[in-house]
Structures are given as structure tokens and as C-alpha cells.
Design a binder for this molecule. Structure first.
Ligand SMILES: Cc1cc2nc3c(=O)[nH]c(=O)nc-3n(C[C@H](O)[C@H](O)[C@H](O)COP(=O)(O)OP(=O)(O)OC[C@H]3O[C@@H](n4cnc5c(N)ncnc54)[C@H](O)[C@@H]3O)c2cc1C
Length: 477
């Protein structure tokens, strides 16, 4: 991949000093370049870091040299791939260096066909399509424009997790550039302690240039889906039923509920779009989903596709609406074990109240994700740093609005988000998946409540990043 503006390496001291350490294909892009904005672009405005330079690296050595250079000059730095991180702490990085990894695009199947080398700059789209062409697949996130490595470093959820485990569970080894710029291999044989920490708290320990990642033959090529639309009056019936269905949820099925304003269905109250995505034929899905057909719905449709086709069905293609710039967006996530129905009702009522009261926030939505967890739970809880294996559901009010600088709106957005999260959590312990976290969560909520877990993470942090250079994304406090 080339951006075709190599001449931008000249013209400044920084370009000269850093440029001579980098490979021929690396690029140094300064703020006066017409390409700078494009490279520093993010999916949304919340917690936006600012940069005085973007280094488009071409090799692992470029990453090492960039980190060493930044350290020597006291420049804060941040790796960037898909630009989808929603952790507001990233905004603490000001006038720093972006280490842009998108050119690390290796995707190469191993001889045994059971793993592949996956470049640290690949996005979900690259991995799904690249593997599908050779009859393979692996666990990826659901949204095609998001990077593959960052979700994996935090655990990582996707439609295939019930069959194969989290994204992190697919990492066999990784090449990691540490905070001091040195590059090491991390696996169950080398730097075993870091291998544990990388899979769940990985953003804290280094920049991953490449991973050896498990891949699988495509044995069930067909996917099917069914989308129901329900009204808000059915919260109790729907989520009570889903609690019961969870006991029978096949490893191939994912439940997704989205609450949103849809004036074509209801001009006042948010509607519930509930879908099941299933790796198998439609008749099998319909058999499993039968109880849901028994509820009164406002609309229902179903169809079939394949794994790459899921992005079209869900609206998560790279050029689709959901991948485009979003204004300002704040997630208020919690991971829980079951739907606590009275809590879900309180949350829905608050959301209903908000979209009616605040026109500027009416593009907000709520997400209730029920990925299957059989293979996730089969991995021993203490074998990786990912701490939420027992939590089956990801719940998140997602507040969305266009940034206007209006402080009253900002305060209202925060207040609604926080109030809704408190309602959604109900009587559950507060837990937040690191890649959905916003920055106002405790270290325990993100990395787990077991004292041994936090102690182990803190020891690793002291050992591998004593200066706290990698502390803009969910730092281990
Ligand atoms: C629309 C949308 C859909 C999503 N869908 C899913 C999903 O299905 N499953 C899921 O688990 N999560 C999902 N997420 C959350 C996602 O995992 C995080 O937002 C993730 O951090 C995005 O990674 P990125 O490379 O796109 O973002 P960036 O903003 O580029 O990176 C985020 C953080 O990761 C670090 N990072 C990125 N690449 C590397 C690397 N190679 N080595 C070390 N650090 C790195 C960056 O430095 C930064 O701190 C979704 C988020 C959004 C906004």
C-alpha cells in the first residue's frame, strides 16, 4: 500500500533526523502536508489525540526507531490502525507522534494451514476477505473498518467466538515493540508472562507489528439471520424470554439488540431491533428462534449470506454508514451475566425520556450484544489477562451528537450516559470491556477484581513500561 507522497520526508529537522533511521518505504508526514488530516483522522471526536507528526511505518524496525526517537525527545506516541478507539484518555496525548501501522499488511498462511501471520496494521475487512479467498476464517470483530490487533489485545468479541474463543485466544505469538523501542517475540515459550498480559491488557505493553494467529477451515459456509422489530412495551417479555433462550443458545448464534429512534415505525418512542445471526442454515436458525416468533412484532425479515456477507447485513462494510465519521460518541459499557429485566426496563425508560427531551441527542442508540460464549468459557479464566469470561452480555448506551462546543449539551450527554449505565448495570458488579471503556471506569472494572490479577498486571507494567509511555489507552493504574 502506498500513499504516494514520499517527498514529504524532506523539509524539517525532524524529517531529517528521524528519516535517516527509517526504511526507504517509511513516510514522515507533517501537519502542513495535505495528507496529514487523512492519516490523523478518527472515527469520532471524543478523546481525540493531536499529533505534530505521523510516521507511516513500513517495517518493524521503523516502529522501533520511531519509538526510540520519540522517547529521546520526550514526544508522546500512539500506535494507530483503524482509528476507532473510543477511550477518551487518548485525548491526553497532545502534539505527539502517531505511529501509523496500516502498511504492516502481511497475511500469510502457515504451512500447516492452522495459523497465519497477521500484520499489526490489518483491519477486520482485510482479514475476513484475505482468509475467505483461501477457504479459511478466524475470529474477528464484527465491524470491517476496525483494526484487528487492538480488539485482540483487549480480548475481542466477534461472531465466531462461541465456536473458537475470543480474538485474544487466537494469538499464538506476537512480535512486540516495547516502550523502550526494543522488539521481542512473545509466546507461551518466550516472555510467557507478557504473553499472558498481552491477551486482555495488551495496549499497555507494546506495539504489535505481527501476530501468529489461529485460523480455521470454513466448515459451515452458510450464515443466516433474522431481524425482529419490537416496541418498547415488550421489554419484559423479550428480555425475560432471551434469558431463557440463553441456556439453549448454540455456539453458532449471536443475539444483537439495538434500541434506536426510527420514525418510520414510531415517531415518539425508540424501537427495539433484535437480530440473531447464525452460522448455519435458516431452517436451523428458525427452529432455535421459534419462541421469538411467538412475540408480537412490528416487523420481521430473514435471509442468508456468508461470513464476508455479514458486514452487508449488519451495515458494517468499510464504506457503509456505520464506518463513516460519527461526530462525537461516548460508550457507557457494562458486561453482565444475564438480562436483569427490571434494570433493562429502567434503562429503556431513561433512553426514551432522553430522546424525547434532547433533540440533539436523539441519534443516540443502545446496544445489547449477546455473543455465544461456549469456547470463551472453555479457556481457563486465569490463563489470560482478559477478566470477563463469565459475562455473557455486553450492554452499552451510546450517546451520539455533533460537537458544537455547547457545554450544556456536553454536560447533558454525560449525565444521560452515566445515569443510563447505572440503570443498566442493575445489581451487577461494574465491569467494562476495555475496548468499549470510556475512561471513567475503575481499573478493577476494566481489568478484573481479583487482587492477584491486578498485582500481576502491575508487576508486568513496571517491568515492561516503567516510564508509563504506553498509558493513553486504559492504563493499568
Ligand atoms: C463501530 C465500532 C465497532 C466495533 N466492533 C467491535 C467488535 O465487533 N468487537 C470488538 O471486540 N470490539 C469492537 N469495537 C471496539 C474496538 O475493539 C476498539 O475500538 C479498538 O480499539 C479499535 O481499534 P482500531 O485499530 O480501529 O483503533 P485505534 O484508535 O487505531 O487504536 C485503538 C488503540 O489500540 C492501540 N493499537 C492499535 N493497533 C495496535 C497495535 N498493532 N499494537 C498495539 N496497540 C495498538 C492504539 O494505540 C490505541 O491505543 C468496535 C468499535 C467501534 C467504534
Amino acid at each position: 500500500m502506498s500513499f504516494g507522497f514520499a517527498s514529504e520526508r524532506s523539509g524539517s529537522e525532524l524529517s531529517h533526523d528521524l528519516g535517516r533511521r527509517l526504511s526507504r518505504d517509511a513516510l514522515i508526514v507533517l501537519p502542513d502536508s495535505p495528507h496529514f488530516e487523512e492519516l490523523a483522522e478518527r472515527w469520532q471526536d471524543g478523546g481525540r489525540p493531536t499529533y505534530s507528526v505521523v510516521v507511516v511505518v513500513a517495517t518493524e524496525r521503523d516502529v522501533s526507531e520511531s519509538v526510540k526517537y520519540a522517547n529521546a525527545r520526550g514526544l508522546p506516541f500512539l500506535a494507530t490502525v483503524g482509528g476507532h478507539g473510543t477511550y477518551y484518555g487518548m485525548g491526553r496525548l497532545q502534539n505527539g507522534m502517531a505511529i501509523y501501522l496500516r502498511n504492516l499488511t502481511q497475511l500469510k498462511l502457515d504451512r500447516d494451514g492452522r495459523s497465519a501471520l497477521v500484520g499489526g496494521g490489518l483491519r477486520v475487512d482485510d482479514v475476513i476477505k484475505g482468509l475467505w479467498k483461501i477457504g479459511k476464517q478466524t475470529v474477528t470483530g464484527s465491524c470491517n473498518c476496525v483494526g484487528i490487533t487492538s480488539p485482540a489485545l483487549g480480548g475481542g468479541h466477534g461472531f465466531l467466538q462461541g465456536q473458537y474463543g475470543l480474538l485474544a485466544d487466537q494469538i499464538l505469538s506476537a512480535r512486540v515493540v516495547l516502550a523502550n523501542g526494543s522488539a521481542i517475540t512473545v509466546s507461551d515459550r518466550e516472555h510467557k508472562d507478557l504473553y499472558w498480559g498481552l491477551r486482555g491488557a495488551g495496549h499497555n505493553f507494546g506495539i504489535v507489528t505481527e501476530m501468529k494467529y489461529k485460523v480455521y477451515d470454513v466448515v459451515r459456509p452458510q450464515w443466516s439471520y433474522v431481524y425482529f422489530t419490537f416496541s418498547g412495551t415488550q421489554i419484559e417479555e423479550l428480555y425475560g424470554l432471551l434469558n431463557r433462550m440463553m441456556f439453549l443458545q448454540p455456539a453458532q448464534a449471536t443475539h444483537w439488540s439495538l434500541w434506536l429512534k426510527d420514525a418510520a415505525v414510531d415517531t415518539v418512542h425508540p424501537v427495539i431491533s433484535h437480530s440473531i445471526l447464525f452460522n448455519g442454515p435458516l431452517r436451523e436458525l428458525e427452529k432455535y428462534a421459534k419462541p421469538l416468533y411467538g412475540l408480537k412484532n412490528v416487523g420481521v425479515y430473514s435471509g442468508v449470506t456468508d461470513y464476508p456477507g455479514l458486514a452487508d447485513v449488519t451495515g458494517y462494510t468499510v464504506d457503509g454508514y456505520l464506518c463513516q465519521y460519527k461526530g462525537k460518541l461516548a460508550m457507557w459499557p457494562s458486561d453482565v451475566e444475564t438480562y436483569e429485566v427490571p434494570a433493562i426496563r429502567r434503562w429503556y425508560d431513561l433512553f426514551d425520556e432522553m430522546v424525547q427531551a434532547e433533540e440533539a441527542l436523539s441519534g443516540s442508540f443502545c446496544l445489547l450484544e449477546g455473543y455465544s460464549t461456549q469456547a470463551v468459557r472453555a479457556v481457563p479464566a486465569d490463563s489470560t489477562a482478559y477478566p470477563h469470561r463469565r459475562q455473557k452480555l455486553l450492554l452499552a448506551p451510546i450517546i451520539h451528537y455533533m460537537p458544537t462546543g455547547n457545554q450544556t449539551l456536553e454536560a447533558a450527554a454525560t449525565n444521560w450516559g452515566s445515569t443510563m449505565r447505572t440503570a443498566a448495570v442493575g445489581s451487577n458488579q461494574r465491569r467494562s470491556y476495555v475496548n468499549y471503556a470510556q475512561g471513567n471506569e475503575t481499573t478493577e472494572a476494566i481489568y478484573g477484581y481479583e487482587p492477584w490479577r491486578l498485582q500481576k498486571l502491575r508487576t508486568l507494567k513496571r517491568q515492561y513500561d516503567p516510564e508509563g509511555r504506553l498509558s493513553f489507552y486504559a492504563p493499568i493504574a
